[in-house]
Design a protein around this ligand. Structure first.
Ligand SMILES: [Zn+2]
Length: 57
């Protein structure tokens, strides 16, 4: 059995900035606070994997 994980399973385009990494706050362009300017947010699976790697690194 093999497990194939696609990037889409781990992260999704940020719904707040739609992957643009910036959001407009009071007409000012600022790094998106929802995704910390990454443009993507972790899915539940992504968070699980992140915890796993942190635990074992
Ligand atoms: Zn964002």
């Amino acid at each position: 059995m093999s497990v194939i994980i696609a990037m889409d399973d781990l992260e999704l385009p940020c719904p707040n900035c739609k992957g643009e990494k910036h959001a407009f706050v009071n007409n000012k362009k600022e790094p998106c606070s929802k995704c910390d300017g990454k443009g993507v947010i972790l899915t539940a699976l992504g968070q699980t994997l992140l915890h796993f790697f942190k635990k074992h690194s």
